[in-house]
Design a protein. Structure first.
Lengths: 114, 111
């Protein structure tokens, strides 16, 4: 079984500041990792995914994440945020070879202030 | 192209009534998933369909919940004898390979 911990439930930042949203996972098997974003009253949109290969993954809207197997982490970063990045961000994990379901973290609410 | 669609977008019902939630996946996607998003529990997996295989029902919280997928396309999630704790946003997703595409969800409120 897998589990995901998002260490910060809320992250307030100022516009143009850098941001890091933290995600740690637990799994007895190898995993695929995902970050999704949810804007108010909308569904989930995939930001980026790690399947294999390079541990630094680039996604949409200038976001990137780094897979660290030894620390079982997959932190999301953006060097300069915009007001429009205000949303809830979810880290998710799927184990290889088992069920295709996603296991989600509790989410991090990112608020970008002017 | 068209994404995953869900209907209704909002549903208000009285405790004890049955409800049906519908999901239209992206055409050609073989896998379909239902998740529930609630304030206390976050995003939880409910059920997963893959082609003609038996569905993975391991996330259904009680026997009041059931789902079917007709013709490998449209899916209906049914909740019988609704309870207040069933209030949540029910999300449907579909996939062809590894990426799951989510619909906008159905917000269910049980009074």
């Amino acid at each position: 079984a897998q589990s995901v911990t998002q260490l910060d439930s809320q992250v307030p930042v100022f516009e143009e500041a850098p941001v890091e949203l933290r995600c740690n996972y637990s799994s007895s098997v190898s995993v695929y990792l995902f970050w999704y974003v949810q804007y108010p009253n909308q569904g989930l949109q995939l930001l980026l995914k790690y399947l294999s290969g390079s541990t630094l993954v680039k996604g949409i809207n200038g976001f990137e994440a780094e897979f660290n197997k030894s620390q079982t982490s997959f932190h999301l970063r953006k060097p300069s945020v915009h007001i429009s990045d205000t949303a809830e961000y979810f880290c998710a994990v799927r184990g290889l070879g088992g069920s295709e379901k996603l296991v989600f973290g509790k989410g991090t609410k990112l608020t970008v202030n002017p | 192209g068209a994404g995953v669609s869900q209907s209704p977008s909002n549903k208000v019902t009285e405790k004890g009534k049955d409800v049906e939630l519908r999901c239209d996946p992206i055409s050609g996607h073989t896998a379909l998933y239902w998740y529930r998003q609630s304030l206390g529990q976050g995003l939880e997996f409910l059920i997963y369909f893959q082609g003609n295989s038996a569905p993975d029902k391991s996330g259904l919280p009680s026997d009041r919940f059931s789902a079917e997928r007709t013709g490998g396309s449209v899916s209906t999630l049914t909740i019988q004898r609704t309870q207040q704790e069933d209030s949540a946003v029910y999300l449907c997703a579909s996939s062809l390979e590894l990426e799951q595409f989510f619909g906008p969800g159905t917000r269910l409120t049980v009074l």
